[in-house]
Design a binder for this molecule. Structure first.
Ligand SMILES: *[C@@H]1O[C@H](CO)[C@@H](O)[C@H](O)[C@H]1NC(C)=O
Ligand SMILES: *[C@@H]1O[C@H](CO)[C@@H](O)[C@H](O)[C@H]1NC(C)=O
Ligand SMILES: *[C@@H]1O[C@H](CO)[C@@H](O)[C@H](O)[C@H]1NC(C)=O
Ligand SMILES: *[C@@H]1O[C@H](CO)[C@@H](O)[C@H](O)[C@H]1NC(C)=O
Ligand SMILES: *[C@@H]1O[C@H](CO)[C@@H](O)[C@H](O)[C@H]1NC(C)=O
Ligand SMILES: *[C@@H]1O[C@H](CO)[C@@H](O)[C@H](O)[C@H]1NC(C)=O
Ligand SMILES: *[C@@H]1O[C@H](CO)[C@@H](O)[C@H](O)[C@H]1NC(C)=O
Ligand SMILES: *[C@@H]1O[C@H](CO)[C@@H](O)[C@H](O)[C@H]1NC(C)=O
Ligand SMILES: *[C@@H]1O[C@H](CO)[C@@H](O)[C@H](O)[C@H]1NC(C)=O
Ligand SMILES: *[C@@H]1O[C@H](CO)[C@@H](O)[C@H](O)[C@H]1NC(C)=O
Ligand SMILES: *[C@@H]1O[C@H](CO)[C@@H](O)[C@H](O)[C@H]1NC(C)=O
Ligand SMILES: *[C@@H]1O[C@H](CO)[C@@H](O)[C@H](O)[C@H]1NC(C)=O
Length: 790
């Protein structure tokens, strides 16, 4: 068929020229399909060249775009009869760095017959070009993964022939009104497009599309899932992906009329309520993804009847039922299963007999917070195709049996975290590229295990591993991105070869017995964003090379024996959290801290020997919410500009963006709080300058920090009055001004401090045994305030 004679195509062209009335269907028959004999039209060739000029093309992907016949250019397809360009496929198949940049020239409009346009995964950006809506013949439009911003132009509704529309993964928003006219649409993907403004209208809008087969609206900020729908139009639907939205309702009943559904994804929402038994109507379901919701009660019987299921993900909900082997009898085709609860509820049992032979062979197994143990589940003996094994918080104790190792699985994830597994970790496990190993929170002992270079994420925290960090870790696992070996009994010094882990982004080795100096290898690990060395016995000075880590967000050196001056961190402009507390650092507070760290939220230098005054530049840190300089030798005044700390005074509801991992200690209400999950800290605001040699008055400016929760200025040499408008600190819960040389009476405005529950204004002056009381602090008043709060 592909081979044809030149005369045939010459005939074809003349036929078209002579008789425009012949229908294409008639002439197509019997003629050759080889594009190469139909030549491209000159104005279209010029239009393509203009398009090329507008694009940047770092990898010269358009090198074939030369010469007369544009139908031969790569990515260009022409109608085999008219020679008009009807297909433009400029998708990027590689990672973004290979893509086109620049802009799409409106010359595209010259291609009047274009019915296929794929530009996916390029870096073309700017405002979404509204001329796309004039390419009236388009049937396939794929602009996924581009960098367009702004509103999707409503004239896309003019593309009434569209069958396929993908605008996912862009920074776009829309109201969806324009969808109504696209009645032929079979495939619609608006993943990641902001649909907040559609409120409940998005559902009636897609219900106007009777031909729709696949609908993807994941992570669209959809605010609500309408529970009723008068009649259902889109019953051809086979794929419905509404994951990652903001639904909080129950699962609506209209869903169960979509009986052709094969794939249903509601994961990562907040659906409450029970999963109805009507689920059984969806007999064709192959993929059911409901993980990360708040579904409760028991899993309906009908779910276990869905014999076509291949992939069942229902973990991270609030199930209240046991699982037994009877449930799985009909699920013979199951390849993926993920079951479990969050928050953990280990009172639930996964109850199968020890000789159970499951009817399925799984690739993906995830069981979280279900009591499987205490014995290692013997039914895995026949699961020879597993690539992911997650048995987390499953009450398993003892050792991993030999038969499991003999399955000779090649894993991409092994996760036995939060069990009571003990003994030595087997080293005969095999892993695929980019794999994850998580054995955190068990009772493993012996030397730290090292596996293959294929592992990228290694979590061994909270075990009983001892001995040194193996010096060859950098050679054996050079591709590590994530290393968490915190909370063990590791000793010795940090090996120099750790510096070979050049991909590392997270290193958490806190709560061990490590000593010695930290090696100056930081230059080699430029990807590091997260360093936690806290609670060890590390000593010496901080290598200057640490300051070269431009991606650093978290640096925690708390509770070691580090000394000397702190090197410049002025290149670490993304720092969120800097904790140098409880060490032996001396010298002035480095000026670099206040200079450039516009994201710094937590700054703790407490319990060191810093001297000099508080640098004025600190007042310019716009994101700061916890400032702890307590227990140092700082002198001079509290700067007036402290009232400029914008995050502590603004009304903004920004809850910060601290990561989910790491540990931070924080003193409030006379107690030390340890935060393992840093996001909690987003709610805490504090200034602690206690136990220094600060003098002068309490600056008026402080009282504008209306979001401040804790203010501790005790044990200094502060003089003068308490600012009259201290009552402005409307969020304050802890206020300690004790052991200073304050005078005057307690301001009336303090009655307004309604959240206050810890107040200390006793007026001993620090450093002298003889209590001086030049002031007339009025304690009657304090007592009143306290009573109001209880
Ligand atoms: C011309 O192309 C169309 C669609 O691209 C194709 O279906 C058809 O078979 C081709 N015509 C001939 C005569 O080969
Ligand atoms: C566009 O290209 C991407 C690959 O980059 C592909 O996944 C997608 O299916 C293509 N779209 C169409 C409509 O063919
Ligand atoms: C295209 O769409 C716009 C906006 O929806 C509309 O105003 C215009 O009339 C349409 N143009 C044509 C030619 O249909
Ligand atoms: C979506 O847009 C609204 C305003 O229309 C905005 O408030 C909201 O933050 C946006 N959501 C996301 C996830 O960007
Ligand atoms: C169903 O789709 C048709 C065609 O788009 C439309 O005319 C009709 O109003 C739709 N019905 C509902 C209830 O949305
Ligand atoms: C769903 O199906 C049931 C019975 O099959 C029918 O009675 C009901 O009207 C349908 N609901 C909608 C919204 O179409
Ligand atoms: C855990 O599950 C049991 C059994 O269903 C239930 O009674 C209990 O309330 C659940 N506990 C929590 C904390 O959810
Ligand atoms: C399951 O494994 C056991 C022990 O390894 C073996 O004896 C048995 O034949 C296997 N059964 C099936 C159905 O594969
Ligand atoms: C790494 O993974 C690849 C496939 O993912 C595999 O072929 C290779 O054997 C693995 N290497 C090691 C050392 O396990
Ligand atoms: C900080 O960046 C500058 C400019 O890139 C560089 O010259 C300097 O050496 C860097 N400082 C450190 C401590 O790496
Ligand atoms: C307490 O707050 C109210 C409302 O903000 C204000 O009117 C009043 O003057 C304040 N009282 C004192 C004693 O500052
Ligand atoms: C303390 O303050 C209260 C209320 O302002 C006042 O009535 C009382 O006289 C004061 N007591 C002294 C000893 O100043």
């Amino acid at each position: 068929m592909g081979h044809c004679s030149a005369s045939a195509s010459i005939q074809l062209v003349s036929l078209i020229i002579l008789s425009g009335i012949l229908s294409l269907e008639t002439i197509k028959f019997g003629f050759c399909s080889d594009d190469h004999n139909v030549r491209c039209i000159d104005i279209e060739r010029k239009a393509l060249l203009k398009l090329k000029q507008g694009l940047t093309d770092p990898f010269d992907r358009l090198s074939s775009w030369v010469g007369e016949d544009c139908c031969k250019w790569s990515g260009v397809g022409c109608n085999n009869i008219t020679g008009r360009v009807n297909k433009l496929d400029l998708r990027n198949r590689n990672d973004y760095s290979f893509g086109f940049g620049g802009e799409i020239n409106p010359s595209l409009l010259v291609l009047k017959d274009l019915d296929y346009l794929n530009l996916s995964m390029n870096s073309v950006g700017g405002v979404f070009p509204s001329f796309i809506g004039s390419l009236k013949k388009l049937k396939y439009l794929d602009l996924s993964g581009l960098s367009f911003v702004g509103v999707i132009p409503p004239n896309l509704g003019n593309l009434s022939r569209l069958l396929y529309l993908d605008l996912s993964h862009e920074n776009l928003e829309t109201d969806l009104q324009w969808l109504a006219t696209l009645s032929s649409l079979k495939y619609l993907n608006l993943g990641g497009v902001n649909l907040t403004k559609t409120t409940s209208y998005w559902l009636p809008a897609v219900n106007l599309l009777p031909s729709l087969v696949e609908l993807y609206l994941p992570y669209c900020s959809l605010p609500m899932l309408p529970l009723t729908l008068p009649s259902i139009n889109f019953t051809s639907l086979s794929v419905l992906d509404l994951s990652g939205n903001e639904f909080t309702s129950t699962i609506p009943h209209w869903l169960f009329n979509l009986t052709k559904l094969e794939k249903l994804d509601f994961s990562v929402n907040s659906l409450t309520g029970k999963l109805p038994d009507s689920l059984g109507y969806l007999k064709s379901l192959r993929y059911l993804h409901l993980s990360y919701n708040s579904l409760e009660g028991s899993i309906p019987k009908s779910l276990w009847e869905l014999s076509s299921l291949v992939s069942l993900h229902i973990s991270h909900n609030k199930w209240e039922c046991a699982i037994t082997e009877a449930h799985f009898v009909k699920l013979r085709g199951l390849k993926e299963v993920s079951i479990g609860n969050y928050p953990p509820n280990i009172s639930l049992v996964f109850n199968v007999s020890s000789d159970w032979i499951p009817p399925f062979k799984l690739r993906y197994l995830e069981i979280i917070s279900y009591q499987l143990g205490p014995k290692f589940p013997t039914w895995l003996r026949n699961q020879t195709e597993l690539t992911t094994v997650v048995l987390r918080n499953a009450g398993i104790s003892g050792t991993i049996p030999n038969w499991f190792l003999q399955l000779d699985l090649q894993l991409d994830e092994l996760n036995f975290a939060d069990n009571q597994l003990s003994g030595r970790v087997p080293n005969s496990l095999r892993f695929s590229h980019y794999s994850i190993v998580d054995l955190s929170s068990n009772l493993y002992e012996g030397p730290l295990p090292l596996w293959s270079s294929n592992i990228t994420d290694l979590y061994l925290r909270d075990n009983l591993f001892s001995g040194p960090i193996p010096h060859n870790i950098g050679q054996v696992m050079p591709n590590l991105i994530y290393l968490d070996i915190s909370t063990n009994s590791l000793s010795g010094s940090i090996p120099l070869f750790l510096g070979n882990l050049s991909q590392l982004q997270y290193i958490l080795i806190s709560n061990n017995l490590l000593s010695g100096e930290i090696p100056p290898f930081w230059n080699n690990i430029q990807s590091l964003g997260w360093i936690d060395l806290s609670n060890n016995s590390l000593s010496g000075t901080i290598p200057r090379s640490l300051g070269s880590l431009t991606l650093l967000r978290f640096l925690d050196l708390f509770s070691n024996n580090f000394s000397g001056e702190v090197p410049s961190l002025k290149n670490c402009t993304y720092l969120n959290i800097l904790d140098l507390g409880d060490n032996k650092f001396s010298g002035p507070i480095p000026a670099s801290i206040g200079e450039s760290m516009s994201s710094l939220q937590i700054l703790s230098l407490r319990s060191n020997s810093f001297t000099g005054s508080i640098p004025l530049k600190l007042c310019g840190l716009p994101a700061l919410r916890i400032l702890d300089f307590s227990h140092n030798n700082l002198s001079g005044n509290i700067p007036h500009c402290i009232g400029n700390l914008s995050d502590l005074k603004s009304e903004s509801t920004d809850e910060g963006n601290l990561g989910r991992l790491g540990r931070f200690e924080f003193v409030s209400k006379g107690k030390v709080f340890v935060y393992d999950h840093l996001y909690i800290l987003n709610l805490v605001t504090s200034i602690d300058l206690s136990d220094n040699k600060l003098s002068g008055e309490i600056p008026m400016g402080l009282t504008s920090l209306i979001k401040l929760g804790t203010l501790n200025l005790s044990m200094n040499h502060l003089t003068g009055n308490i600012p009259a408008n201290i009552g402005n600190l409307e969020s304050i819960e802890t206020l300690d001004l004790s052991m200073n040389k304050l005078s005057g009476s307690i301001p009336q405005s303090m009655v307004n401090l309604t959240f206050l529950n810890h107040l200390n204004m006793s007026y001993k002056v620090m450093g002298t045994s003889q209590p001086k009381s030049p002031n007339t602090l009025n304690n009657t008043h304090c007592a009143k305030i306290k009573r109001r709060d209880t």
